[in-house]
Design a protein around this ligand. Structure first.
Ligand SMILES: Cc1ncc(COP(=O)(O)O)c(C=O)c1O
Length: 468
């Protein structure tokens, strides 16, 4: 075990013991001023720190935070902490399974189903079901959306403004959440215009201009262009500067979905992929992806964040927001949720530890690993790279000699499934240019060339075993 790993293990033991002491200490801390906090904690991130400093920051954070587990904390609609709840949080964090597929999250899926069914029975729903949400606010939103779906199902595709009022533009490779957002905001999925991509998987700017022109001609107002910085399957970066120019010309909101690839901004070597990011109106980055933060850790940034206050300004908040002078500091005034977790803390501690330079090294290493995997693929005659490697996505098919063309996709998926069945590796598959490929993602910070060598050796032995 390297010295850093030994130190990390020691720190974890110490933090766990601090946590236990904190949980069983019933004293109250109800007030910390901005002055106290800023004199005790250097909030800025940039320079890396050692683990002793991280431990000190955790202690500072604990001593300055409102202590909601004290019985004297009567302030909110919660107080105290459930030890089993805390254990659940911890285990959810360390397993970090994500509830989107059963394959990825088998036990948690069954647990969630069980709770939904039990709770449905308690309510009195015979065949009820549901989903966990990010809070009561999000739940109310979902319920209202469901009610709209019931009385006006056409709205999902056609929207609420009539089928052809406003339109948003994204590439055909943009994330499916764009379609869901179109439904949620009421414009309808049909009013997301999907623009084709070039050979590299980047939005075709010429085609975008044509689509915008056509919409305007048909009396539809273009209001949003979403560039993807790091597409989900191929890891491609849409041409940001050129798209920004188009948006400026037509006065369209310009968004960058940097959920996956936004992190390239931390690397001097790779930040050119996002040249022009400052020209966007909004930007999303998920630190639970490349920065390995436990789910969920997503940042939504706006060039002019006043808009967030504007769009969340509703009646009925007086019980919560008392202090007009604290407008900027009461963050609930600009979030969709009411109650919200302190997701910033994990990222802040991580950034304090690694510093800007450490982040850069992590990103550069991940890129290097992707190039290493690409070279391995290019060196094997039975593997075919199906998309050039732009980021940490390495897409390839398995095409051993003698295999019929129509069997390649199935064979590729069979090999992938066998890798999982034999517990050798878990890797996903997806379509590139209409054909199924393996999508290997080099995102783990501990990934080395040796792990990748082993992956390709295991893959080769499975190819030999199941060749047909
Ligand atoms: C480009 C892109 N945007 C958005 C998302 C959605 O992110 P999340 O899973 O955090 O909701 C993903 C997920 O893979 C993605 O690749």
């Amino acid at each position: 075990m390297g010295t850093d790993l030994i130190k990390q293990k020691k720190l974890l033991n110490e933090i766990h013991s601090t946590v236990v002491n904190y949980l069983f200490d019933s004293s109250l801390n109800s007030k910390s001023t901005i002055q106290q906090i800023s004199s005790q904690i250097d909030l800025k991130v940039g320079k890396g720190n050692n683990l002793d400093k991280i431990k000190a920051l955790v202690n500072d954070y604990l001593s300055l935070s409102v202590k909601t587990n004290s019985p004297q904390f009567y302030n909110q609609l919660f107080s105290g902490i459930s030890v089993t709840g805390y254990i659940g949080e911890l285990i959810s964090s360390i397993t970090n399974n994500s509830l989107y597929t059963f394959e990825m999250s088998p036990v948690a899926t069954l647990i969630e189903n069980e709770l939904m069914s039990k709770m449905s029975q308690i309510i009195g729903y015979k065949n009820g079901g549901g989903t966990f949400v990010s809070g009561g606010s999000n739940g109310n939103y979902l319920a209202m959306l469901a009610a709209r779906q019931k009385i006006y199902p056409e709205a999902l595709c056609n929207g609420m403004f009539g089928s052809n009022a406003i339109a948003a533009f994204v590439s055909v490779d943009a994330h499916y959440s764009m379609l869901k957002a179109a439904n949620q905001i009421g414009i309808g999925t049909n009013n997301i215009i999907k623009v084709d991509v070039d050979e590299e998987g980047r939005m075709d700017v010429g085609l975008l201009k044509k689509s915008i022109g056509k919409s305007i001609k048909n009396g539809v107002k273009p209001f949003f262009v979403g560039a993807t910085a790091g597409t989900t399957v191929r890891g491609s970066f849409d041409p940001i500067k050129e798209l920004a120019d188009v948006c400026k010309k037509y006065d369209i909101w310009f968004h960058i979905d940097g959920s996956w690839g936004g992190v390239a901004l931390f690397s001097k070597k790779h930040k050119n992929l996002l040249n022009g990011s400052e020209l966007s109106d909004s930007f999303i980055w998920c630190a639970h992806k490349v920065m390995a933060q436990p789910l969920v850790c997503s940042l939504a940034l706006f060039k002019d964040s006043k808009i967030l206050f504007e769009l969340n300004d509703v009646e009925g908040t007086e019980y919560l927001f008392h202090d007009k002078d604290q407008y900027e500091q009461d963050l609930g005034r600009k979030s969709l949720q009411c109650g919200r977790r302190a997701d910033a803390l994990k990222l802040w501690l991580t950034w304090k530890y690694f510093g800007d330079r450490g982040f850069e090294q992590i990103i550069d290493h991940a890129f290097q690993m992707a190039v290493y995997a690409k070279e391995k693929i290019l060196s094997k005659d039975y593997l075919k790279l199906t998309s050039d490697v732009n980021f940490l996505n390495v897409c390839f098919q398995i095409q051993p000699r003698g295999i019929e063309k129509e069997d390649i996709e199935k064979f590729t998926i069979d090999v992938r499934n066998e890798l999982i069945k034999e517990n050798k590796a878990m890797v996903n598959y997806a379509k590139v240019k209409g054909e199924n490929c393996i999508r290997l993602v080099t995102v783990n910070h501990d990934l080395t060339a040796e792990y990748l060598d082993k992956f390709f050796l295991d893959l080769e032995s499975i190819v030999k075993k199941i060749q047909y």
